[in-house]
Ligand binder design. Structure first.
Ligand SMILES: N[C@H](CCC[C@H](N)C(=O)O)C(=O)O
Length: 303
């Protein structure tokens, strides 16, 4: 039987990288193990998330299916939503598209400059059972959770926010002062988080400027996390640490956040990049590059 080769796009949002399949005409169903093998940076293509663009049953521009590098399916990915929004806008010649996700309908539209996209990520969920947490906390701006010696915890009292996925945010004075590779997985899988959680260290270092480092559920350290940027912006504003418009500085670059006063929606703005085009033989999982990606942006282009 002839083997099946399938084209894909390699993209990233501020370094948070994705393999993107177009399955609107030809469905694609890959098992968890195959996805994890493809996501492996040593022996596979390597990605943080795998994104499958499918027909929307609601008649909007597309459905976006998201799998983490470990093969687990999740409901939200901010950076990927910007990337898919860009692809759909360019394909249709539209300046606004609607993307159906398991967490709801998201609207992506053209923003400041080339390859910069804004996504309306909807309203944050802030109740303990919406995060979700394993026990009730009245105030999710700071829950009772700590790691390290009881009398001298390394990290404690995080804020928790759901942006279609669970986030815990620890306020620190230096995001580099912690071994997030060691403590990230302990917090990600802490029993207080029945669905696990994405873990952010956040340092408010100037008027509405926040430096963030993220340990992502199902992946590990990433260069950027869009839903974490949203969650941090909401948590900071909610706790009076900043205004409702913030810039989140991630290792991969800045994301602009506005937690809009009028309707409580979170707007997230940032860059997107097509790294290359590729194709893969799904029987042997061998793959190759078949085309170039974006030309480098001129220095100083709008972000
Ligand atoms: N790791 C996340 C999914 C991807 C989120 C991130 N890449 C983003 O840009 O929001 C989770 O398990 O909820």
């Amino acid at each position: 039987m002839a083997s099946e080769t399938r084209p894909f796009l390699k993209m990233n949002g501020l370094g948070n990288d994705f393999v993107v399949w177009d399955a609107r005409e030809k469905p694609l169903l890959l098992g968890k193990d195959v996805i994890a093998a493809l996501g492996d940076r040593e022996n596979g293509i390597g990605f943080d998330q795998m994104i499958t663009v499918e027909r929307s049953s609601l008649g909007v521009d597309a459905f976006m299916r998201i799998h983490n590098q470990n093969g687990g399916e999740v409901s939200a990915c901010g950076n990927a939503t910007r990337c898919i929004g860009r692809l759909l806008m360019e394909e249709a010649g539209k300046d606004l598209v609607t993307i159906e996700t398991a967490a709801g309908l998201l609207h992506a539209f053209d923003a400041a400059g080339p390859r910069s996209v804004t996504v309306d990520m909807g309203v944050p969920r802030l109740q303990w059972d919406e995060i979700p947490l394993a026990e009730e906390f009245a105030d999710t701006r700071a829950i009772e959770l700590q790691i390290g010696p009881i009398d001298d915890p390394i990290l404690h009292t995080p804020a928790v926010v759901n942006m279609g996925n669970p986030h815990a945010i620890f306020w620190v004075k230096d995001v580099e002062a912690y071994d997030l590779e060691r403590i990230g997985p302990l917090l990600e899988t802490h029993p207080i988080f029945p669905e696990c959680a994405n873990i952010s260290l956040a340092h408010v270092f100037d008027e509405d400027q926040i430096r963030v480092k993220v340990w992502e559920r199902g992946v590990g350290l990433t260069l950027a996390c869009g839903t974490a940027a949203c969650a941090v912006g909401v948590a900071a504003a909610r706790d009076g640490k900043t205004g409702r418009k913030t810039t989140i500085h991630l290792p991969g670059g800045p994301i602009g956040i506005e937690w809009r006063e009028s309707d409580g929606h979170v707007l997230m703005t940032g860059l997107t990049e097509v790294e290359y085009e590729g194709e893969i033989d799904l029987d042997t999982l061998t793959w190759r590059k078949t085309g170039a990606g974006d030309t480098p942006l001129q220095a100083g282009a709008a972000s």
